[in-house]
Design a protein around this ligand. Sequence first.
Ligand code: GLA
Length: 372
Amino acid sequence: MNKNDSYDLVVKSPGRINLIGEHVDYNGGHVLPGAIDKKITLKFKKNNTNSATVYSKNIDSQFTIDLSNLNRSTIEWHNYIIGVIYYINILKPKSVKGFDCYIDSNLPLGSGVSSSAALECGIAKGLNELFIIGLTDIEIINLSKDAEHTMVGTKCGIMDQFAVVKGEKNNLLLLNCKTNDYETIKVDFGDYKLVLLNTNVSHNLASSEYNVRRSECETAMETIKAKYNEYEYLCDVEPQIIKEFKNLLPEKIYNRALYVSKENQRTLKAVEAIKRNDLDALGGLLYKSHEGLSNLYEVSCNELDFLVDCSKKYDQILGARMMGGGFGGCTINIIHKDFVDNLIEEISYAYRNEFSIDLTPIAVHIDDGVKI
Ligand code: GLA
């Protein structure tokens, strides 16, 4: 397959950032993500057969899917695509016919900017258009999430797929993951820029521990509900109530619950800070979020902690924290525009000295969601 072949349609599917509200989406909380200007490009054409052939330029690899016999693959990236087709067919039987798809990307893989949701939603949006299937955005969001649960095995929340599909240029989305209602929050940080620092590590604990955290939250909820049946999600429970369970829950489970409850509140406080243009307060919330993710929720790693500690040394950096599922990937930083280059250089130097790894800075702009 060649990028110069003629295609019937081209989809651009972005990655996402999340300013704050980490690991709260699957607990019915509030998150503050946005789509970014780094994207996967997917070119589609019908091939009038009963199979789909998908080529990825970045890994120079191609595979073919028999559409009448959809099975899980042993290769992870195949499963995002097979899973999406599987779930489209559940909602709209036999709607996906033979197609070729050429994929190219400037979105770093495994860096916590959700290349997986970009791939799922890009495939779903493209097939929806190519075969005039009539799926709504929310159906695309949910089926992409389901594909990740079943075919890939990560029991993710809805944040990534939501941001990829519903993102709006220059706006973050304050998304209530309980109701799927959202408010757009204009991003204008004046002299400050959002910069991601990619640790370039991705520890393989990421997907297994992710599911463990999710079930730890469910365990906490079972105990809390035994006393307070009115709460449906962990994020509904205020920190004061969680504290009543300090001696009733195992320490780790208590810590997870306390983190989640406080992080949900931090997202709402962050939005208030943005609205009153109080970037110092916003930065402080990012640091608090990282502390919780590292000490209570235990999804950080040495490389991420090192970068956040480095950021704290500079007044020109208002806040920093790990972003996404954790165990590697990026930190998100709010840095004064006049110091971005210098600080990146200093932090990269320190990081290389400590870990012998090169850091990759990614300047992100908040952009529109997936587009045909
Ligand atoms: C991953 C998941 C999301 C969310 C984040 C953590 O990106 O896909 O659903 O849980 O981790 O906030």
